[in-house]
Design a protein around this ligand. Structure first.
Ligand code: G3P
Ligand code: CA
Length: 269
């Protein structure tokens, strides 16, 4: 890590595997978090949505077609929305072959199985509530699932879990349901608007292209709902040089499709 300015503590950002390690394994699968574990990546990010029959699954797009073989298996059912398929149907899908034949048979994970695997791997989780406007009540369901799997027990709740969303209403709901969970608002609010997010978000997680040192300072000047300095995790950064620039701006985390590459770059800085 870099020594930082005289008097300032060195700060090496935490590196978070975006949907796992999608440059080496299909996104949002167990194979992808296992790959992260093998590469020494401690934090993984995922996206959580809900099936037609109410199961929580890990999937980025609101349709199943890009990352599974749904169009081939269910040709008449386009546009293949997540919310139009039951868990039993989704569990039949191949979520690996589209990426590489070596991953044939990989499944879309339930949140339950995903949580258990992250725990088994001794990893930490940045859980995104994806498109919650499509899934009324999903915040309570996520809380229940987390609780049932031991993720809300102390000290783990503050050690290894952050819940984030682009949807501020959803994040506020989650914070109200479980004030002990660390939360992140996804977006690039103007400096003048940051304060309103600090009531329910511990992190502001921006698209890295809009980030400046002044903006990071403005975020750091505020305290979140737990009385701690607000943090910043920027996405999605796959270039080592850019990661080093962001680290020098003071970001606390970097979300990356190539987390091992970014970690090496930060190590060498
Ligand atoms: O973790 C941040 C990032 O995942 C947000 O964008 O579309 O990849 O979910 P997206
Ligand atoms: Ca995401």
């Amino acid at each position: 890590g870099s020594p930082g300015r005289a008097g300032a503590a060195p700060r090496v950002p935490v590196v978070i595997g975006h949907r796992g390690v999608p440059v080496q394994a299909p996104e949002n699968t167990l194979a992808s978090i296992d790959r992260a574990a093998r590469l020494g990546v401690r934090w993984v990010e995922n996206d959580v949505q809900r099936t037609k029959d109410g199961a929580l699954i890990v999937m980025h797009d609101t349709t199943l077609s890009r990352t599974t073989d749904v169009a081939r298996r269910f040709p008449g059912r386009g546009p293949w929305k997540v919310s139009d398929f039951t868990l039993a149907e989704i569990e039949k899908l191949d979520a690996g072959s589209w990426y590489d034949r070596r991953f044939k048979g990989e499944r879309v994970p339930t949140l339950a199985r995903y949580l258990d695997r992250v725990e088994h791997n001794r990893q930490k989780l940045l859980l995104e509530v994806k498109a919650p406007e499509l899934y009324p009540g999903i915040e309570q369901q996520i809380v229940t699932e987390l609780r049932n799997h031991g993720w809300l027990d102390r000290p783990h709740v503050s050690d290894r879990l952050v819940v984030q969303s682009f949807n501020a209403t959803s994040l506020r709901t989650l914070h109200r349901l479980r004030p002990d969970v660390t939360t992140g608002y996804l977006g690039n609010p103007k400096e003048s608007e940051l304060r309103s997010y600090a009531a329910f978000a511990d992190q502001i997680n921006p698209n890295h292209t809009g980030v400046t040192a002044a903006w990071v300072r403005a975020v750091h000047a505020l305290k979140g709902p737990h009385g701690r300095r607000l943090q910043v995790s920027a996405w999605t950064v796959d270039d080592g040089d850019r990661a080093v620039v962001l680290a020098r701006m003071g970001v606390d985390g970097i979300i990356s499709n190539a987390p091992h590459v970014v970690a090496d770059a930060l190590d060498g800085d």
